[in-house]
Design a protein around this ligand. Structure first.
Ligand SMILES: [Zn+2]
Length: 288
């Protein structure tokens, strides 16, 4: 089932020095074609090799639109957050409104693997660490329905952004993929939230700004309580570990939710409250 990804970026209004900008910069290069390599070695991240250094990757998602030798796009994973090569690069012929190469790369940037399980090569029938995407082979065409990997129940998701199918048939992430992306934003990539110079990077919480929510005690040595000033019926509270694993989930019954410790080890956790596919509230929670 298709899931909404409640993450919104904006084009920056100021550069890191505070100067006005559209967020788009153009750089002349003598390099006719950038040779593809592992992201850390890629020439386009360095002036000395014909490219340009990225803006502070802790607070900006840098997208390079270049002429490159092989891949339509590449992206760094959440574990590279803040590295000198953190960002993504798209072949310029794939940078247009009918292409989903950028969508696919943003999926990688927020920790999604290919739906068929392979990370860089082709691979098939592997585990993409998402529960609602059954094992499947990679698909290079939009042919549908097709089944693979011994699956007799469901068809391959050729329409999933993380398959290898052409952009023309891609139109969805699953709920599980959306959850994984949000959990990576709120763990490895947490510094993107509340980025200066942009009013709307991060999760859109505007719909609930009028409803006060209190989380207490925090830090807590046992359970914690989330209190909402109004009954948000049907909302879903999830608790994530710092490794982005969902460790607790419950549906709102009234204005108060108890978040049980359930033997969880001490450390940093993340709370997310959702209603109708919208993120209403997020917070850190520390168990002592
Ligand atoms: Zn990919």
């Amino acid at each position: 089932m298709a899931g909404a990804v409640p993450i919104q970026f904006c084009l920056v209004q100021q550069d890191s020095l505070g100067n006005p900008t559209t967020g788009i910069t153009r750089h002349y290069t003598d390099t006719v074609m950038f040779m593809d390599s592992f992201l850390g070695n890629s020439q386009y991240f360095q002036t000395s090799t014909g490219g340009q250094e990225p803006w502070d990757p802790y607070h900006y998602l840098n997208i390079y639109v270049i002429n490159r030798s092989y891949f339509a796009g590449t992206a760094s994973s959440p574990s590279s957050h803040g590295a000198a090569w953190d960002g993504m690069a798209i072949q310029y012929t794939e940078f247009h409104q009918n292409s989903h190469v950028l969508t696919h790369e943003v999926g990688h940037y927020f920790g999604l693997f290919h739906i068929f399980g392979g990370t860089s090569g082709q691979g098939s029938c592997g585990d993409d660490m998402v529960a609602d995407t059954p094992p499947q082979a990679y698909n290079l065409s939009c042919n549908y329905p097709v089944k693979s990997c011994g699956n007799t129940v469901s068809n391959d998701m050729v329409m999933n952004y993380m398959d290898y199918t052409p952009s023309s048939c891609k139109n969805m992430f699953t709920h599980g993929q959306a959850d994984r992306m949000v959990s990576k934003l709120y763990s490895d990539r947490i510094s993107l939230v509340n980025t200066p110079n942009c009013g709307s990077v991060g999760i859109n919480t505007s719909s609930l700004n009028s409803v006060p929510i209190k989380l207490y005690p925090n830090p807590s040595s046992s359970s914690a309580t989330l209190y909402m000033a109004q009954n948000l019926s049907g909302c879903i509270l999830s608790l994530y570990s710092s490794l982005s694993k969902e460790v607790f989930r419950t549906t709102c019954q009234d204005q108060q939710i108890t978040i049980p410790r359930n033997g969880l080890p001490s450390g940093l956790y993340y709370i997310r409250l959702m209603q109708n596919d919208q993120v209403l509230y997020t917070s850190k929670l520390i168990f002592e």
